[in-house]
Design a protein around this ligand. Structure first.
Ligand code: GLA
Length: 477
């Protein structure tokens, strides 16, 4: 059943000029879906604007004359499909967004999220630095915990920030049982946003690094405690989470294998947290912590909680090679809970640029990950602006249109690949809802694309909370 919401007509008009993907296709083998001669594939420009018209047509056919008159009277409103309805219909999966504590107080954001999305990832609040109370320089305090019958000393956890968001979602779900929102846990093991002291004797970064035996206990305790608290039988959040990113970004951008402790020589390993270098690697000097993380997650997670590996730059060939190596290593150790690993999908973060990845690289990456794991999710999608985008009113309209074209092309690849038997795209999440809260507004130096300091407009809703042309790419039926 469609709902009526006020929309910006410019969005629909802009989408109607979406270009065909044909001109962007490179040389490909016959099996490639980016070969435009493939008969199974709908050309991307037939998907959105056409779908909008088709949806309206079919509604018109069903509508009574009285309804039609009512609709005419409401000429300041436009009937549109809801984003999650469109994604469910076209891609057959949930559509998620990320939210941080800062956005929770913005009622307009909440209204957009609860109308258009059926999944949420907490942007920061379930990461280790937040769980340790943002005590990045010095551990705030310790306590004793039981692990496999042994008493160990562990840092105190702070559940408050995550629970503020989760409680709001639970309340929403209780009051709206037909419109529930599920949550992605993000993230248990990451070289970044994890305080350096976690890897040292007595949780004091001025002391030596601990050995792998001690680190394994810390790792198992952390994963056990997090999963039990948020997904266990007695948790007030039981059944709220659909999956959890067990390990994030453990592959090097440069070397085609695992991320090490010396990715960036300018970044001291003694920093409070890291951007590039991994203290996980420093302690283990191998992928053992990754295998162990998936083993512990499998031991403590409910059977229906999916477990993921998640990474960025995932369409770059060299990085892809390293990710495949990691996925295979985790997969090889699969076993029953308590006896081996479990991995249910590859999370492709999807922080993309207007010119990269190419359609071919995007297709090949999905194929490559699906060949190892089967299930693939796009987990943090956003789009950096064009290099020359200056944010002026005139440039904005053009940029929004170009962005919709770009999203449309990528979405077409996803939808087409998803029709193949051995490829399942089981989730699509955007890294935020409205442009002005995007991390790219303050970190536009990250990952190429637009130049530092220039405006970004990476998401589906603009600063007026109105749907952009890109919204209609995904919301169309
Ligand atoms: C990575 C992380 C996310 C987030 C984004 C940028 O992709 O996985 O948690 O930090 O960077 O905001």
């Amino acid at each position: 059943m469609k709902k009526k919401i006020a929309v910006c007509m410019a969005g629909i008009l802009a989408v109607s000029v979406l270009m065909s993907c044909g001109s962007q296709v490179g040389e490909r083998g016959a099996e490639s879906i980016t070969d435009v001669t493939n008969e199974n594939a709908d050309a991307p420009d037939q998907v959105d604007a056409g779908a909008e018209t088709e949806a309206e047509d079919s509604d018109d056919a069903e509508a009574s004359e009285g309804d039609a008159q009512d609709a005419e009277a409401e000429n300041d409103e436009e009937e549109v499909v809801i984003l999650k309805d469109g994604v469910e219909k076209q891609l057959g999966c949930f559509v998620g967004t990320a939210i941080t504590s800062q956005e929770l107080g913005d009622t307009k954001i909440w209204a957009l999220i609860t109308t258009h999305f059926n999944a949420i990832t907490l942007g920061n609040e379930l990461k280790p630095d937040c769980m340790f109370g943002y005590s990045n320089g010095r551990c705030k305090g310790t306590e004793e915990a039981d692990l496999n019958g042994e008493t160990i000393v562990v840092p105190k956890l702070d559940y408050s920030k995550s629970e503020k968001i989760l409680d709001r979602i639970v309340k929403w779900n209780n009051e709206n049982p037909d419109n529930v929102i599920k949550v992605r846990g993000h993230v248990l093991v990451w070289h970044a946003q994890t305080p350096e002291w976690f890897f040292h004797e007595d949780y004091d970064k001025t002391k030596d690094y601990v050995d792998t035996e001690t680190m394994n206990k810390r790792l198992e305790w952390y994963i056990k405690t997090m999963l039990t608290h948020y997904t266990g039988e007695d948790s007030k959040y039981k059944d709220l989470f659909y999956g959890w990113d067990v390990v994030n970004e453990a592959v090097s951008d440069a070397t085609g294998t695992y991320r090490s402790d010396s990715e960036n020589s300018e970044e001291p390993l003694t920093n409070d947290t890291h951007n590039n270098n991994s203290s996980w690697w420093h302690v283990y000097q191998s992928n053992e912590y990754i295998i162990n993380a998936f083993t512990y997650a499998n031991k403590y997670a409910p059977a229906d909680l999916e477990l993921y590996y998640n990474d960025y730059n995932e369409c770059m060939l060299n990085k892809q090679k390293g990710i495949i190596e990691l996925l295979k290593a985790v997969k090889e150790k699969e076993g029953a809970p308590g006896e081996g690993t479990r991995i249910d999908a590859m999370g492709m973060q999807g922080h993309y640029q207007m010119s990269s990845p190419s359609m071919v690289d995007f297709e090949n990456a999905i194929r490559a990950y699906a060949a190892v794991i089967g299930n693939v999710q796009i987990t943090e999608m956003d789009m950096k602006s064009s290099d020359n985008y200056d944010g002026s009113a005139e440039a904005k309209e053009r940029e929004f249109t170009r962005q919709a074209e770009r999203y449309n092309t990528l979405y077409w690849v996803m939808k087409t690949l998803n029709q193949e038997d051995d490829i399942n795209i089981t989730g699509l999440t955007f890294w935020g809802t409205v442009d002005h809260y995007s991390w790219l507004q303050s970190r536009s130096d990250v990952g190429g694309g637009n130049k530092e300091g220039l405006p970004e407009c990476p998401l589906l809703f603009d600063e007026m909370y109105l749907p952009k042309p890109a919204f209609y790419v995904f919301a169309g039926e």
